[in-house]
Design a protein around this ligand. Structure first.
Ligand code: FAD
Length: 310
């Protein structure tokens, strides 16, 4: 508790790791606190093909995150594995309290990202980890030669659907609209893939089964018609992968920082409404939530933290 860091970074996703790199290179005494594995959400991505300068064909999210973490550590960033439970950000010394203790810093960069949204269908909780997944990179191999459904229509959903075709017997993409939001180049790949089919204007209403996910009830939002997709008795299992956006990890900051629709408001220099407190990455109000924009935010926040301390 005696140490007062120049900067404390909360979160080890692309925003936090880039902030660590820039703060470390500026010789700021920097602590990065992460509660789990490095990389945040990018560690859920089976293939990252849009991070600039990335030439490694089909590089996975965890591999990219490992390189980012190593680069930050090379510049002297101190790492700590802990979950922050409460914060006091108003004074000149900011305090973050975690399960293992308190951490003090002259400035704080909040890069705590977001978590995948749930579908909100009947029995969802019961089948998470038993057929329902939010991470193709983690769980695709469990669905080898099984039918798999993917919910969503953005970049992540379509990219992960493509990845799942390497394992699954078939992939059905369920989307609530009649066209995809994903980048055109990714859409083209999906439309050309013989393993992928589409259920348009459709939502998942219910999941069912005894122990494992055995059936999915889908409703057409235009006609109201319901269809039930059941696992083949020989398989005994279906896969349902969900990629429909994220909820920001801002519970700790409610009533402390200015929020908009749950996301932290910043100016273009990542400054929040409190002096010395910056926010970077998916957790803040912005138009594009990607690894490259998160990393860019982290770089700006670290430079601004240095100016603030100076
Ligand atoms: C399946 C999937 C595929 C994707 N594919 C791509 C892609 O191909 N290309 C691309 O550019 N982007 C992709 N994205 C989006 C990209 O991953 C995110 O935009 C990016 O990770 C956001 O970075 P971040 O650092 O802001 O937050 P996050 O990545 O969410 O990291 C936040 C970190 O903070 C930690 N944290 C949160 N709260 C606490 C706490 N209280 N205490 C301690 N630690 C805490 C979390 O554990 C997490 O590690 C994908 C996302 C998903 C889910």
């Amino acid at each position: 508790m005696d140490t007062i860091y120049d900067v404390i970074i909360l979160g080890g996703g692309p925003a936090g790791l880039a902030a660590g790199l820039y703060a470390g290179r500026s010789r700021l005494h920097t602590l990065l606190i992460e509660k789990g594995a490095d990389g945040g959400q990018i560690a859920l991505s089976s293939e990252v093909e849009n991070y600039p300068g990335q030439l490694a064909e089909g590089e996975s999210g965890p591999a990219l995150a490992a390189r980012m973490a190593k680069q930050a550590e090379n510049f002297g960033v101190v790492r700590c594995l802990d979950t922050i439970r409460s914060v006091n950000l108003t004074g000149s010394v900011k305090i973050l309290s975690g399960s293992k203790g308190d951490y003090q810093g002259r400035s704080v960069i909040i890069a705590a990202g977001s978590v995948p949204k749930r579908i909100g269908c009947v029995n969802e909780d019961k089948f998470i980890g038993k057929g329902i997944s939010f991470c193709a990179a983690c769980d695709a191999a469990f669905f080898r030669d099984l039918p798999v459904f993917v919910v969503g229509g953005g970049d992540s959903a379509v990219e992960e659907a493509l990845f799942l075709t390497k394992f699954a017997r078939s992939v059905t993409l369920i989307h609530r609209r009649d066209s995809l939001r994903a980048a055109k180049s990714i859409q083209e790949k999906a439309f050309q893939n013989p393993k992928i089919s589409f259920l348009w204007n459709s939502v998942v209403e219910k999941t069912d089964g005894s122990d494992l996910l055995g059936s999915i009830t889908v409703r057409n939002v235009k006609s109201g018609e319901q269809s039930v997709f059941r696992a083949d008795p020989k398989d005994g299992l279906l896969g349902l992968f969900v990629f429909i956006g994220h909820d920001p990890n801002t519970k700790l900051f409610q009533g402390v920082l200015e929020l908009e629709n749950g996301f932290i408001k910043t100016d273009e220099n990542m400054r929040t409404n409190l002096p010395g407190v910056f926010a970077a990455g998916d957790i803040r109000v912005k138009s594009l939530r990607q690894a490259v924009t998160a990393a860019a935010d982290g770089a700006v926040a670290a430079v601004q933290a240095e100016l603030y301390i100076g």
